[in-house]
Design a protein around this ligand. Sequence first.
Ligand SMILES: [Zn+2]
Length: 295
Amino acid sequence: MRRRAALAATVLSTLGWAAAARTAQAAAPYAGPLFDAHLHYNEEAFAPYPIADAFARMQRSGVQAIVANSRPNDGTKQLADAAAKAAAAGITVVPFVRLYRNRDDYTGWFKDESIHTMVLNELERGTAAGPYRGLGEFHLYDSANANAPIARKLMQLARQRDLVVLAHVDDAAIDLLMAHAPETRLIWAHTGIGGASVARVKELLQRYPSLYGELSYRPGLTGADGLLSPEWAALFAEYPLRFMIGSDTWINARWSDYEALMAQYRHWLGALPAAGAQRIAWANAAGLFGVAMPR
Ligand SMILES: [Zn+2]
């Protein structure tokens, strides 16, 4: 932890992120590897975006690792199979167990014991790409449900088995979830899609050293020029090890836009100091899952 803090301070003082975000308009896009830390391959994507096409989109985008999850979990298994057969050349698949068998589960999973059982069975089974590494993405549309029995149990399960959690929740739910199992590694999907203030995001990062922010759909992240807003650039400067990017292919339109989405990330990453851009693009997620740097 001390080394991390020292590293953060070094980055802040020597690289001047905030300035870089606004002044390097002519900067070339970030050209290094991307780790897509929020990818779904849901069943409605299977026909229009067959597995080879899905991987081809990632390959053309320079995505070299993904957190894969899907409704139902079959999509994740297909991605894992492809990775095991090298059909996904150059892409590491990090599988997560999703809590949803169907759309109804989005709003009832947290009080449904059969979801807990399904998760345990999936963990037992694993995938062709190896054991599951996390749970989620799950949603809590009302933060109070973070205290429902299955939400509590799954947070504790994640802590016991060293699984990473991917949660689409508001800032109040982050506090509630972390109280069930302190120190669980939790990726906050969208870092607050409802637009929790940057001050509030910072407060949570400070309080929970194992909290990470994924940046898809984050309101206020970039300006009309597609570059980082100054307050987000300042937050990244202060917490350079805690953010990662994701596609969130929750609907098929996100698959058709996949390369454009990744190009948008490359645009604002390109205006950051190189070492910092590489952390957000790749190294923070790769470090979380122990994925080696691509050659
Ligand atoms: Zn999602």
